[in-house]
Design a protein around this ligand. Structure first.
Ligand SMILES: [Zn+2]
Length: 366
């Protein structure tokens, strides 16, 4: 396949007029390497890498925690149709045996019409009850290496990210022991600056939905936000759905951290891609009205906006297009260690590609 006449978002994250050559699902260097010479005319539209959502619970009425392979396929199909070509299905705080069953449904072997699964994001149960957000505190437990290993082994080591609170009993020991195995992300936490800094020093490399479910970025105790800023290799997730974070804070976060540290995520739940109504997240009832999903007590419960829409929102808030794309593609891929396979339109990588017009409408997902 040849994608002609497009403005291609290259590995340096700038647009460049060039053709893209694909053979057998992989990007190749020249037309001579292409056997199937089907042409797609990009018509001067943008050609960008498929987006990677590293924090998403569900969509179209389905949730990863439903333990339903068919439902997970529906989520993956929906994501691909929306330009999100890879994702980390994300679990909620539940009992170990239930998590095991959920993780068993995750597979890297999905049909072509689906987005790829690039690993599981395990959000809980090692969280702080004081910052549970929409997580069910009945199932919150202290960090346990044995429990994590059992879960990870049961799903062939598919857990890519774990969101945890380092201040819980055993939290720092867990980070010390497991940070080489899994990406440790600080979240649903009461950690102050010193605690968060210690966690980063011991191997944490990420913060989960920055600003949400953690202490505020206070001038006397800047908490996880300040500690992440002071840590060279720390990535920060940001939910730019226009509901979780004020647009000014989205601009501030990109200015403070830069687009090589900010990873846009959707934190989407099953109401994503659906009408207003009543849904469920981690066993709790959630009402979604005009893209805002809340528990009965008003707590925000995940988002109802897919990552492509989050990217568009970020641009509408004043984030340069190149930065918004980068944070959903290259930076997202680097943050979970898959940039050698995806996240940019480069020779040798999977041809996960989106063609979109100048108004950011999707024209084609390849
Ligand atoms: Zn979440």
């Amino acid at each position: 396949m040849i994608i002609k006449n497009g403005l291609v978002f290259n590995e340096n994250c700038v647009f460049e007029k060039k053709d893209v050559y694909i053979e057998n699902g992989i990007i190749v260097s020249s037309i001579d390497d292409v056997i199937d010479k089907t042409e797609i005319d990009a018509n001067d539209n943008y050609v960008i890498p498929g987006l990677i959502d590293t924090h998403i619970h569900g969509a179209t009425g389905h949730d990863f925690c439903d333990k339903d392979v068919k439902g997970l396929l529906e989520i993956a199909k929906y994501l691909k149709s929306q330009g999100i070509t890879a994702f980390c299905p994300t679990s909620m705080t539940l009992k170990k045996d239930v998590l095991k069953e959920i993780f068993n449904t995750a597979t890297t072997d999905l049909p072509k019409e689906c987005a790829n699964i690039v690993g599981i994001h395990m959000e809980g149960p090692f969280l702080s009850p004081a910052k549970k957000g929409a997580q069910d505190d009945k199932f919150i437990v202290n960090p346990e290496v044995t429990m994590f290993k059992e879960l990870n082994e049961a799903c062939n080591n598919m857990i890519k990210i774990i969101t945890m609170a380092p201040e819980c009993d055993g939290g720092l020991d867990f980070i010390k022991e497991m940070s080489k195995t899994v990406t440790i992300s600080l979240g649903h936490t009461t950690a102050n600056y010193d605690m968060a800094k210690k966690a980063f020093e011991l191997g944490a490399t990420r913060a989960t939905h920055l600003f949400n479910a953690m202490p505020a970025f206070n001038h006397r105790d800047p908490s996880v936000v300040g500690a992440a800023l002071d840590t060279e290799n720390a990535f920060v997730e940001l939910i730019s759905d226009g509901i979780h974070i004020h647009p000014s804070m989205v601009r501030a976060t990109f200015k403070m951290f830069g687009d090589d540290k900010v990873v846009l995520v959707s934190d989407g739940m099953m109401a994503t891609g659906m009408q207003n109504g009543t849904y469920e997240l981690g066993g709790q009832e959630v009402t979604m009205k005009d893209r805002k999903a809340t528990l009965a007590d008003g707590t925000i419960a995940g988002s109802a906006t897919n990552l492509f829409d989050c990217m568009r929102k970020a641009v509408s808030f004043g984030i340069p297009l190149e930065s918004a794309i980068k944070s959903c593609t290259k930076t997202a891929a680097i943050s979970i260690g898959v940039f050698d396979k995806m996240g940019s339109i480069s020779v040798g990588k999977v041809a996960n590609i989106v063609i979109m017009d100048k108004n950011l409408n999707i024209k084609n997902v390849i």
